[in-house]
Write a protein that binds this ligand. Structure first.
Ligand code: ADP
Ligand code: MG
Length: 257
């Protein structure tokens, strides 16, 4: 039997911003159904790593493959990399659902409009089908009653749940979460983690940057500790949290609790 393609395969990823090298050769793969948690201190490169996976940032070197298809790059005239094929980037990006720390909902659109925007206007799905999918997703995240509300009238927890519904609406192969609860008041964290926990239990493939260590230990199949742009330690959650080897990781974990 042919081996299943990895959902995500990142090889030797480097990213520099001018003189600053933020990612110094990061490799990571996730099979379908994996939940990879990425932990690490502020500035260690976690967001940049996620942003390189969905090409919001261009890697300086290395490669990213989604479902076995490598994003083709070419060298620009300054020696940097750029996508060789914009259509490919668009197509592959539509297999990734991204959830940001600050929700990033479109403020001038209702919750429902936020969720159907990409399916209707980018993926060209029929509007009534997109609405049906969106309403089902909003029910799932407990926001059906708020479908006609504008983001400004929602709590942070509700906005983030709407953002998760929006990301799911494109039926992505992989969900990418960048500290989805960091901007929330403590009493709103649980409702968002509950939704993400459900997705993990459904075996949805995801890469989750988080500071919620207890949650990461519960839901992750694999944990990666990023320090200064390299993977300092990685392994199953019980090993990472229960028996960390690196002194830096030990310090990091105790600083969070
Ligand atoms: P984390 O998410 O782990 O906190 P980031 O990936 O956001 O870390 O940032 C890693 C480093 O890269 C930081 O030093 C940050 O200042 C720098 N950085 C991130 N984005 C940019 C950018 N667009 N231009 C210049 N430096 C950046
Ligand atoms: Mg970040």
């Amino acid at each position: 039997m042919a081996e299943l393609a990895q959902a995500i395969e990142v090889s030797n990823l480097h990213k520099r911003f001018g003189p600053l090298e933020v990612l110094k050769g990061v490799s990571l793969s996730a099979r379908q159904g994996d939940v990879v948690a990425i932990i690490g201190g502020s500035g260690s490169g976690k967001s940049t790593f996620l942003r390189c996976i969905n090409m919001l940032e261009l890697p300086s070197a290395g490669s990213v493959a989604i479902h076995g298809e490598t994003i083709e790059m070419k060298t620009d005239r300054h020696g940097g990399l750029m996508p060789a094929n914009r259509r490919q980037v668009q197509r592959l990006r539509s297999q990734l659902g991204m959830v940001f720390q600050n929700f990033n909902l479109w403020q001038h659109m209702t919750v429902l409009q936020n969720v159907i925007e990409v399916p209707v206007h980018v993926l060209k799905q029929p509007r009534d089908k997109a609405i049906a999918v969106a309403e089902a997703l909003l029910r799932r995240v407990g926001l059906y009653e708020k479908r006609d509300a504008y983001p400004a009238f929602l709590s942070g927890g509700q906005q983030q749940r709407a953002a998760i519904a929006r990301a799911l609406a494109i039926q992505p192969l992989v969900m990418l979460f960048d500290e989805p609860t960091s901007a929330l008041d403590p009493e709103l964290v649980g409702e968002v983690l509950a939704v993400i926990g459900d997705l993990a239990r459904e075996k949805r493939t995801m890469i989750l940057v988080t500071h919620e260590m207890k949650f990461a230990r519960e839901v992750a199949s694999h944990v990666v500790f990023l320090h200064n742009g390299i993977i300092e330690e990685q392994g199953p959650p019980d090993a990472i949290f229960g028996a960390p080897k690196s002194e830096r990781l030990r310090k990091f974990i105790s600083s969070i609790h």
